[in-house]
Design a protein around this ligand. Sequence first.
Ligand code: 218
Length: 188
Amino acid sequence: MSPKSNVTCLIEAAIFAALAMVLSYIPDFASWFTPSFGAIPIVLYALRRGLKYGLLASLIWGLLHFILGKVYYLSLSQVLIEYILAFVSMGLAGLFANQVQAAIKQKKMKSAISSAFQGATLAVLVRYIWHYIAGVIFWGSYAPKGMSAFWYSFTVNGTAGLLTLIFVLISVYILLETQSKFFIPSKR
Ligand code: 218
């Protein structure tokens, strides 16, 4: 990779993290059940640039929450789990970038969609496992009376994770069908 394209990747990482952060400003209309729309640009970017840059963009997205005062703070370990570990996990979609690109180049669109969906699912699943764990440990006292912390966290984070995944999958599908070039950067 030439030094110049490295800079291109870094600029793109900043742009996609910023896009994700803008989407994080959509109000929590369904409390903690609200899907995370910022996951859409981050997964798309990770599938375009691969694991390393995907992890970088998702880390920047997480860190932007601190800079912009959008962190829900209960304790230090809770914040580290939910705004660093959970957010960085979104970059894992990048593990499937090579498979997606290879399939597109061979015009195997079903295979490209399958690989992209696997990457998206892995990313959202791992992120929401962190939120589930944090939910059990730190958010249990918010559970309705008589409901266990395990079940409360599972329903809240399971719903938010599933809704997030659905929006991400729809976006990945549309972009693959209409602009598959997006996943094959010319500078690399
Ligand atoms: C049960 C429960 N309630 C709230 C939270 C906190 N949480 C959930 C999902 C996503 C995020 C990051 C900001 O979007 C946070 C802080 C939880 N984990 N569990």
